[in-house]
Design a protein around this ligand. Structure first.
Ligand code: C5P
Length: 236
């Protein structure tokens, strides 16, 4: 874990197709015990209004829109996202140094700027997929290269698998923020996640924040699962 920040370490992924469902579910959560993530599906259907409602309820919101475009466009998008009062936003590291620097500069004048995180390599891409789009490096080496580039371009951290966290912590230093999805409590359903890690192991590997979706959103008692995770990682 880095020296970065305080507060809840769990980010609950609000992967819902409708804003009303997401808001109803968020009503069962507690901003003191978790943060929340809004992704492309929910944002496309419910937009900034939903994000602002979550912010006004006291949640730290990770707006997971993975910007990847020309520097000017990404910078403008980051500025607009920051104006919503979100806590964390992200861009694709493969957009390059100039794009990431533009994103960073766009937040320079913002009073409480969101954390600016990069996506290195989508975990849905295997070695063969990467070769097909012109990458000769193996995925772990490419992930590290992009994480180092993200750090050098002013990013606050990266999204990565908890299995990659030790290598990236070593490469990018203690202040670099590592946000890890693919988290499952021991013995729980894997769903479609292939390389799962328990909350405790993820933190031991150096993760700062754990993105958790279905184990919490599909639980009969979401707060009980959240409390179990928080207890496991000694948080809250
Ligand atoms: O339900 P589950 O815990 O698998 O949800 C994980 C969340 O993290 C989802 O919103 C998913 O899109 C996101 N994510 C992921 N793997 C990545 C990057 C993001 O599962 N490599």
């Amino acid at each position: 874990m880095s020296t970065d920040g305080k507060g809840p370490r769990v980010i609950v992924a609000l992967d819902y197709a409708h804003g009303a469902e997401a808001l109803a579910f968020a009503g069962r959560l507690d901003p003191v015990r978790c943060r929340v993530k809004v992704g492309k599906e929910l944002f496309t259907v419910s937009g900034p209004a939903l994000v602002e409602r979550l912010v006004s309820r006291g949640f730290d919101v990770f707006l997971d829109l993975k910007y990847h475009d020309i520097p000017h466009t990404v910078a403008a998008a980051c500025r607009s996202a920051a104006a919503l009062g979100v806590w964390m936003i992200n861009v694709h590291a493969s957009g390059g140094r100039v794009m990431m620097q533009a994103a960073r500069e766009a937040l320079a004048g913002v009073q409480r700027p969101p954390k600016l995180i990069a996506v290195t390599v989508l975990t849905s891409l295997g070695a063969e997929d990467l070769r097909e789009i012109g990458h000769s490096e193996e995925p772990p080496a490419l992930v590290e290269r992009l994480a180092r580039l993200a750090a050098a371009s002013g990013m606050d951290g990266v999204v990565c698998s908890a299995q990659e966290a030790p290598r990236l912590r070593q490469a990018c230093g203690p202040a670099f923020c590592l946000v890890t999805p693919g988290i499952r409590l021991a013995g729980a359903a894997h769903d479609d996640q292939k390389r799962i890690v328990t909350p405790q192991a993820a933190m031991a590997n150096g993760a700062d924040y754990l993105v958790v979706g279905r184990p919490i959103t599909r639980a009969a008692d979401p707060l009980a699962v959240l409390d179990r995770i928080n207890a496991e990682i000694g948080c809250g």
